[in-house]
Design a protein around this ligand. Structure first.
Ligand code: MG
Length: 159
């Protein structure tokens, strides 16, 4: 069976008094991510990993951040659409593994809810969705709480 891997990375700035959407859920936080859509950095990294594995360009190619159509958009829609595109090209999603780099809030208590939210959007089991969190040890833009970034790796299997 033919398989493909893909990797994705995304970063968004954090600002006070913004809603913070991460992994498809809204976190209680004094700061939130800034972006054209809902700025869900975890979903964006995941979309890029899936598109990369299927050789379908990147999230900006499909959902441009200069197109008003996507302004304030719920990123869960992007993940559903990307899943559809990947399937249309003949691939099934095997598993996904993500890492979020963030100082606060702690996301470990919310990982189960994120997995439960994201798995059905990709039509895979929750056990095939791994989400991990790390701080940046107070170093760099993540350490200064100026931004959040996420990495994702996915495996696709030929349908
Ligand atoms: Mg993004």
């Amino acid at each position: 069976m033919k398989i493909r891997v893909g990797m994705g990375f995304d970063v968004h700035a954090l600002e006070e008094h913004r809603d913070f959407f991460l992994g498809g859920i809204k976190l209680a936080s004094t700061k939130g991510a800034v972006g054209h859509s809902d700025a869900d950095v975890l979903i964006h990294a995941l979309c890029d990993a899936l598109l990369g594995a299927a050789n379908l360009r990147d999230i900006g190619h499909h959902f441009s951040n200069t197109d008003d159509k996507w302004k304030g958009m719920d990123s869960k829609f992007f993940l559903s659409e990307v899943t559809r595109l990947v399937r249309e090209k003949g691939w099934a999603i095997g598993n996904v593994d993500c890492t979020v780099c963030l100082e606060q809030p702690k996301i470990n208590p919310h990982i189960a809810a994120m997995k439960k939210t994201l798995a059905p959007l990709m039509a895979i089991d929750e056990d095939d969705v791994s989400i991990k969190a790390t701080t940046n040890e107070r170093l760099g833009y993540v350490g200064r709480e100026e931004g959040v970034c996420a990495y994702a790796v996915v495996l696709l299997q030929q349908l």
